[in-house]
Design a protein around this ligand. Sequence first.
Ligand code: CUA
Length: 336
Amino acid sequence: MKQLRVLFGSCFAAVCGARAQQVHSIGNIFRPLGDSADSVSKVSVLTLSICAVIFVVVGGLLTYAVIRFRSRGNDGTEPAQVYVSNQIEIAWTVIPILIVFVLTMSAARVISTIQDKREPSDAIKATIVGHQWWWEIRYPDLGIVVANELHIPLNTKTNPKYAFLTLESADVAHGFWVPQLSGKVDVIPNRSNKMWIDARELGVYLGNCAEYCGTQHANMLIRVVVDTPEDFDKWVAQQKMEAASDETAGRQTFLSLNCINCHTVRGTPAHGKFGPDLTHLMSRQTIASGMIPNSAQNVKNWVSDPQIIKPGNLMPDMQLDDKQLDQVSAYLTSLK
Ligand code: CUA
């Protein structure tokens, strides 16, 4: 019960704490803030409008018929029966065909406009790898590997900035979806899918894995952090640096444990690739793929037993004694 309370408290803080930093919520699909999200939004509004008209017409006629032709008393006679009407047959064949045609063409147009966008030479390139249940984010041109929080620069008319993403999976099918920035794109094993995003407002955009991928699918959140170009460059410069830490004892303990088989800390012998890169762990806002805020206490709770916080995740309970736990947590939280 206590663990539950810790967990819910943490989740609550992850949402509410982040609010303070201008977070664009997951839910608001009607407020697109990127070019491709704009196109998707327009075609969605068109589809919804057509559906609304159909609903009103069909619902209206039905209501009218129910009231107008309701049984009045019990005179035992049937209303007049109509057996063949060419006009009605033609109407309910042709109208749906026209509607489907309009929807198909408008959707096809949006899909091709988005897919055909030419990649600018200065585009930010990132490879996003879906794992059960977190996101690995690589910037091959910049030599940076991070997790769960994708940084991109702000897109403005005077300084256009686009991020072109390659989506891959390390295990099962996932889905990359940050609703206010773009439509959903599947992340499929043994396949590279491409997409691009941009954002015209600073802040943090929330997204989630959009393809059921196992027990912790719902806790596979993604954050897109949109910085000014200057802040983005600063972030890149900082991420490029090797790990620096004064926690010598903690560092030694960390390197003596199995942690290094799964995690990388650049500048140390830890080169594992299964788990998130920890070189600048504390530069991220959250841990456990956006599930809980990144704080010293949460990092310690996580290392103590990750299975309590995120049951089924691939990091085992390391069975550390108290001293090891303190040292490893101190080391990890020194990785700024
Ligand atoms: Cu990854 Cu659902």
